[in-house]
Design a protein around this ligand. Structure first.
Ligand code: GUN
Length: 295
């Protein structure tokens, strides 16, 4: 026991081990991919990477490596920073029509001159494994079956696997992005949580976070959530990934908040691996839907 643990009675949150759960899910997916291959079907994911953003490059490499691990065919389209919106849309149309491809992912953010919404709307809804097409976003809000963005889906899957119900709970989401915060809100409201969503213009962030039974943070600002902003016994989900020297840290002051929370995700090894596992799961699901294989 560390000296610090001794002074505060050793109280420490249980880790929500996304890495371990993601490995288990990947094992399940690998078995299912094996079954599909026996029927002559190989799931295929196309990842479109525009430009040279180092973080995007890293994420794309991680996604394509994960595909290989489970036997999903993956194709990375590396396109120049200078590409025009219309030309990018042509690439997507080709992928929409490719029988080898069941899932299409355009890594975000795109360069500023590109009209992101037109690009996302060009993706065939049945291949939209990132769930960013407005059709799938609408399905999510209505609580109907569609493709759900991978990070919020990974959070819900992680909570499920630890049998942490959100029904009737006060949840605070910090960060209102289209990729994380907004779809996270939809998933949780459909599961009957009471959801508060905070953003850069929220007047008193602490006032909101302190009330939360479940606090979900995805902003990209190291140290944003300090101990005094967290309710005793809260479940804390950290989606942020920030570089601090040669370390990766989340948005939550992990060491101190872990002494107050009941459960907490580490960074790395929390939500990140779950996001990738959900991408594989969505790709497998898209393949089954396209080939009309029962789920
Ligand atoms: N950029 C940051 N997160 C994501 C994600 O989940 N999908 C895509 N396509 N781009 C991202």
């Amino acid at each position: 026991m560390a000296l610090f643990d001794f002074f505060d009675g050793g109280k420490k949150a249980q880790l929500l081990n996304g890495k371990e759960i993601a490995e288990r899910i990947k094992g399940e997916i690998k078995r299912e991919v094996g079954e599909l291959k026996k029927e002559g079907i190989t799931p295929g994911l196309a990842v479109v990477l525009v430009g040279n953003d180092p973080a995007s490059k890293t994420y794309v490499n991680m996604k394509s490596k994960a595909c290989k691990e489970v036997g999903i065919f993956s194709l990375v389209h590396r396109l120049p920073q200078s590409i025009r919106t219309d030309d990018l849309i042509e690439v997507i149309k080709t992928l929409n029509n490719s029988p080898k491809i069941h899932g299409i992912l355009v890594q975000l953010p795109l360069p500023k001159h590109i009209e992101t919404s037109r690009v996302l709307e060009a993706i065939a809804v049945e291949k939209d494994v990132d769930g960013f097409h407005p059709y799938n976003m609408g399905k999510l809000v209505e609580g109907l079956e569609g493709f759900v963005p991978c990070t919020p889906l990974g959070v819900v899957e992680l909570l499920d696997r630890y049998q942490l119900s959100v029904k009737g709970k006060d949840v605070c989401i910090v960060g209102a992005s289209n990729i994380v915060g907004k779809p996270m809100w939809g998933l949780l409201v459909n599961r009957f949580a009471t959801v508060d969503i905070c953003h850069i213009y929220t007047r008193d962030l602490r006032e909101h976070t302190r009330r939360a039974d479940i606090l979900i943070v995805g902003v990209g600002k190291a140290g944003l959530i300090t101990e005094d902003m967290v309710k005793d016994g809260a479940v804390v989900i950290d989606i942020g990934i920030n570089r601090k020297g040669d370390r990766l840290v989340g948005d939550v002051d992990f060491d101190r908040v872990a002494r107050k929370a009941s459960y907490i995700t580490p960074v790395p090894g929390g939500v990140g691996p779950m996001t990738i596992a959900m991408l594989l799961k969505n790709t497998l699901r898209a393949t089954k839907l396209i080939h009309k294989v029962a789920e």
